[in-house]
Design a protein around this ligand. Structure first.
Ligand code: IMP
Length: 427
């Protein structure tokens, strides 16, 4: 057992990148197993800030493999642009490895994502990066994989077969322009040529790594509540950010995993549409949004803000089998008179302790909160748990108690040196 999974346990943007980085520091490989360039990861390396969306966080750490697994969807144009960007920041990417089985986000996926969101008045509030349509084609067995992209003959054949259907959808359903075969073919064959040196069978490679007891970190994108199976469907992404996603999305077995770390923000945020039981619409939300810089890395949209939701988090503990908690952004709550945690909901007069499956339930839901005293102190320089104000300590302890999962770390700011461990990462 030499694998650790780091999963977002809310609606994404929990600060997974820096927790991944902690594990990555003493790891041999970092693997993304789902999602695509819809996920924004902000990571710090020394004083340099990297805003990644297509590359795995591990790319900036020398001497380890940074793997995009088969469960990821890849926008070659965005990936190549990001490679250039990090190279301009002094990072070399010879450690990048891309699965030959990962699916490619094609221009028609992006066009269809945009067209369907526009036509439905942003029903889901997607990132419009073509993620949903790319996964739809994967499941419908009309996707183009990286192995196909890097073979111009196969690529041309598949594109010729699929493009007319996509153009019919674009023009007849949405009244959009048709896309040109030759233009796509020429561009994508060139992308394939540039990406080919990084492509291999990543599941096989990981098998070898794990046989040698190498340490592997699996880096989730988005969060449990955006999981297509376990999240607030249909307001979800089209993949499995949960721990289960690792098995399929990286091609490893469950016995190769030693820990599943759930990353949590000390409050809750969400971008896009969908249920958010603890959402706040008051000054506290504005305060948290400003102090916490709660604007999307990818879309720059202001994030919706709310109190911590232990009902949703218990769901995350269950569906991902969380073994440890990493709690971020504790500093953002400093200065609030009191902090609240949702501990149960009431629906039609009855208390419910599990997260409802049906969207309609959220209309008549009452949220039951536990209120704890806040703290005033600036905690951004605190380095040890027992140096935190007692109310902040109590808040962290209460979260751990409600979720019945031990704390791994707490963070008092965005920089790596502001994340503090309560136990070693690789135990
Ligand atoms: P999609 O992943 O672009 O299809 O978007 C589906 C939903 O997931 C929308 O509500 C997005 O706002 C949300 N989403 C996708 N990626 C992220 C992320 O990295 N952080 C937070 N929300 C995300």
């Amino acid at each position: 057992m030499s694998g650790v999974i780091v999963v977002g346990s809310q609606w994404g943007d929990e600060g997974k990148g820096k927790i991944v980085d902690f594990f990555a520091e003493h790891a041999d490989a970092v693997v993304r197993y789902q999602g695509g360039n819809n996920a924004g990861h902000t990571i710090w390396h020394g004083d340099t800030k990297f805003e990644l969306s297509a590359l795995p966080s591990g790319i900036v750490t020398k001497g380890q493999l940074a793997i995009l697994g088969n469960g990821v969807v890849i926008n070659p144009e965005a990936l190549l642009a990001e490679i250039k960007e990090v190279e301009s920041q002094g990072v070399t990417v010879e450690n990048l490895i891309i699965s030959n089985r990962a699916h490619v986000i094609m221009p028609y996926h992006i066009a269809l994502d945009k067209a369907s969101e526009t036509a439905s008045n942003n029903r889901i509030g997607t990132t419009k990066k073509g993620i949903g349509p790319a996964y739809t084609d994967k499941i419908s067995r009309v996707g183009i994989r990286v192995a196909d992209l890097i073979d111009p003959e196969i690529f041309g054949k598949l594109l010729k077969e699929y493009l007319p259907f996509k153009n019919a959808q674009l023009t007849k359903l949405y009244g959009e322009e048709a896309l040109d075969y030759n233009e796509i073919y020429d561009k994508y064959v060139e992308y394939g040529r540039q990406l080919a040196p990084y492509v291999t069978d990543t599941s096989y490679l990981l098998g070898q790594q794990m046989k040698e007891n190498k340490r592997v970190v699996f880096e989730g994108a988005q969060g449990v509540m955006l999981d297509v199976d376990h999240g607030t469907y249909p307001f979800v992404t089209s993949s499995n950010p949960t721990a289960g996603g690792v098995m399929n999305g990286a091609g490893v077995g469950p016995k190769q995993i030693q820990d599943v770390v759930g990353v949590i923000k000390a409050y809750t945020s969400r971008v896009g549409s969908g249920p958010f039981p603890t959402e706040l619409f008051n000054d506290t939300a504005d305060h948290i949004r400003e102090i916490g810089h709660e604007y999307g890395v990818v879309t720059k949209r202001p994030r919706r803000i709310g109190w911590l939701d232990a009902v949703a988090l218990r769901h995350a503990v269950q569906v991902s089998g969380l073994t440890k908690l990493a709690i971020n952004s504790l500093d953002v709550l400093s200065g609030l008179k009191e902090v609240k945690i949702a501990t149960s909901y009431t629906y039609k007069g009855e208390a419910i302790h599990h997260f409802p499956a049906s969207d309609t339930w959220f209309q008549g839901l009452d949220v039951n909160f536990e209120t704890l005293p806040g703290w005033d102190e600036d905690i951004t320089d605190v380095t040890k748990f027992d140096e935190l104000p007692i109310n902040a300590q109590n808040y962290l302890n209460r979260i751990s108690e409600l979720l019945e999962v031990d704390l791994l770390s707490f963070a008092v700011g965005p920089k790596p040196e502001q994340t503090h461990l309560l136990r070693p990462v690789w135990e």
